[in-house]
Design a protein. Structure first.
Length: 98
């Protein structure tokens, strides 16, 4: 694997995957825990720190944005597909190194 896909909608799972692939132990390693706590805060929920309003796909504004950014929408859909496909691979990798 040459890259790991992360999604803002799946922040916690994305960070977990990055850590697995980079060999960062956030369970038993004090430095790994410190890194995560420094970035997210102690016992914090791993989310995007900037709130973004949700928009319904039926909303005319959403439809206009989707139309004007059709290539970005295609790229995002492809990234979602890769994210799903990588789950099994990364989970198997995690079980091998733990």
């Amino acid at each position: 694997m040459r890259f790991v896909v992360g999604l803002m909608d799946e922040m916690e799972e994305s960070i977990k995957r990055f850590n697995v692939v980079m060999g960062i132990d956030t369970v038993t390693s004090q430095s790994g825990k410190g890194c995560m706590n420094g970035f997210f805060g102690v016992n914090a929920r791993r989310t995007n720190s900037n709130p973004h309003p949700k928009m319904d796909k039926d909303n005319p504004a959403w439809q206009l944005l989707a139309e004007q950014n059709s290539y970005d929408m295609q790229l995002y859909e492809y990234a979602v597909q890769l994210f799903e496909k990588q789950k099994e691979l990364i989970d198997s990798y995690a079980s091998m190194i733990s």
